[in-house]
Design a protein around this ligand. Structure first.
Ligand code: VGL
Ligand code: ZN
Length: 287
């Protein structure tokens, strides 16, 4: 990334020297490719599939070939849920997949809505009511060290049988997606009691991921956002990116949505918020 920045800086400087009047374009500061949630759980065959989700992979792999050539950083986000995450239909008896329920939180972001086991630290006054779409279990953190629920008593003499890890490789990146050690990986949605569509904030705006500060440290100006799902995680990441002051682009053919109506609404809201929707073939103009 540093080499890429220097290369770009020196090219800019020499162009400026050569033809003084040229204005410094948006590419005078680093550009990040942001790859949202391209995980097995979100492609057909996974637990929470986005129609055509796998089609974004070659497009994204192609975009990242410009790394060092105007593209300075690749950010990968992962939906990274507790097995009993509040967004899972399985946690809400009587509800169905894709139904929307209301979840109440206090001012600190503690869940006040029972009967979730996480609704224990609420101070009593509801400060936020969030609409929560309920999803099939997906993107469950897969470590053998996954902790027991804090309210569950455990004893060293217990015989522990680990079972029911519903998606062994679900939270891993899709195997056809190119990844590099220099990628910045952001795991989101690991607070069990609140969902997190955006790679910047949870859905209540209670907590921030480290993404914004990492991008600021690297002086990133522009975000090129791709991935899944266009009407949820890509959409909210793009709105937050714009709100945080980044020049924000969404690559339409490097993203897929869950529903056509959702995609239509997301596109309109993004454009209204100042996010540019572009095509992969136009990314060169942004770099
Ligand atoms: C997503 C639904 C639930 C996404 C994540 O990545 O768009 N959608 N969790
Ligand atoms: Zn999720």
């Amino acid at each position: 990334a540093v080499a890429g920045m220097f290369l770009k800086l020196s090219v800019c400087v020499s162009v400026l020297c050569a033809c003084g009047a040229l204005t410094v374009g948006p590419a005078d500061r680093p550009v990040a490719l942001v790859v949202i949630d391209v995980q097995n759980c979100f492609v057909p065959g996974g637990e929470n599939p986005v129609p055509g989700g796998a089609d974004v992979i070659p497009v994204i792999n192609g975009l990242r070939e410009r790394y060092g050539d105007g593209l300075d950083l690749v950010v990968m986000s992962q939906d990274w849920h507790c097995a009993d995450h509040v967004s899972f239909t399985s946690q809400h008896p009587g509800y169905s997949n894709f139904e929307v329920m209301e979840l109440d939180y206090d001012s600190q972001g503690a869940l006040c809505t029972g009967p979730s086991p996480y609704a224990v630290n609420c101070t009593g006054s509801v400060a936020h009511r969030l609409n929560q779409t309920l999803w099939p279990d997906h993107c469950v953190i897969n470590t053998t060290g996954a902790e027991f629920h804090p309210q569950l008593t455990t004893e060293p003499t217990d015989l522990v049988v680990q079972k029911g890890y519903r998606c062994e490789v679900c939270a891993e990146f899709h195997p056809q997606l190119t990844t590099e050690p220099s990628d910045l990986v952001v795991q989101k949605g690991y607070r069990c009691e609140v969902d997190s569509y955006s790679a910047f904030f949870d859905n209540g705006g209670f907590r921030q991921t480290e993404l914004d500060s990492l991008l600021r440290q690297r002086q990133v100006r522009s975000l090129i956002i791709t991935g899944l799902a266009l009407d949820f995680c890509v959409f909210y990441t793009a709105l937050d990116g714009r709100r945080l002051g980044y020049d924000t682009y969404v690559v339409r053919d490097a993203a897929r949505g869950i529903t056509p109506a959702g995609v239509e609404r997301a596109m309109a809201e993004m454009e209204a918020a100042g996010v540019s929707v572009i095509r992969a073939e136009d990314v060169g103009r942004v770099l």
